[in-house]
Design a protein around this ligand. Structure first.
Ligand SMILES: Cc1cc2nc3c(=O)[nH]c(=O)nc-3n(C[C@H](O)[C@H](O)[C@H](O)COP(=O)(O)O)c2cc1C
Length: 187
């Protein structure tokens, strides 16, 4: 089939839909974030891209620490709300049941099946963005989201975000085991 040129401004790679949390002006604030990726295993580093006007970003810079919370599909309304309202104008601190872990001042969301505490490793200022590299320090979940001691995607029921269309999706069935199924061609 012949290829035709399409809009190059799209990003057709699903991203995890997460909520980033930080203390800003003395209270917890959460924002929706799609542009997140892992960049190192050891140490365990993640990179996220924030527009430099984000209220949450101010808290991250000031505190040097933040959280990443993975919501299940049941939290989609609050997740989206945190992407269309800013803590600059709206108090988002009462939206969730907030808890704190070992870093003591990193707000996390009890309703989220998985939550991470990170410290800021580096912030790169680029165009209108802050590229924030965080080092993952601690992770929290509950027995009910694990199978044989490991996180179970089916139980978490997390969301991914696409653009286009600008939409949240639940994960479907797993297709094949990574680092494994390709071995069929080695035979
Ligand atoms: C689906 C979705 C994904 C988003 N991803 C990002 C992102 O990756 N980076 C970013 O800076 N803003 C992103 N936003 C926008 C922020 O969540 C939004 O501006 C929010 O109001 C910021 O809240 P705050 O000002 O309280 O920090 C996203 C919004 C939505 C709805």
């Amino acid at each position: 089939m012949e290829k035709i040129e399409i809009d190059s401004g799209i990003a057709p790679f699903p991203k995890p839909a997460v909520l980033v949390g930080a203390i800003v002006d003395g209270k917890p604030n959460f924002m929706n974030l799609a542009w997140l990726t892992r960049i190192s295993f050891n140490p365990h580093m993640w990179l996220m891209s924030l527009r430099n006007t984000r209220y949450t970003g101010r808290g991250i810079k000031e505190q040097g620490k933040f959280s990443i919370n993975i919501p299940g599909a049941d939290l989609v309304v609050k997740l989206d709300y945190c992407g269309i309202t800013s803590g600059q104008n709206v108090d988002k601190s009462k939206l969730f049941d907030v808890f704190y872990g070992k870093l003591e001042t990193v707000p996390m969301i009890r309703e989220c099946p998985v939550c991470f505490e990170l410290t800021v490793f580096q912030i790169i200022e680029m165009l209108d963005r802050h590229l924030i590299i965080g080092e993952v320090k601690h992770a929290y979940s509950e027995e009910r989201y694990l199978t044989d001691g490991k996180l179970d995607q089916k139980k978490i029921n997390q969301l991914v975000y696409t653009q286009p269309p600008s939409r949240y999706w639940a994960l479907g069935e797993g297709v094949a085991d990574a680092f494994s199924v390709g071995k069929e061609l080695e035979k």
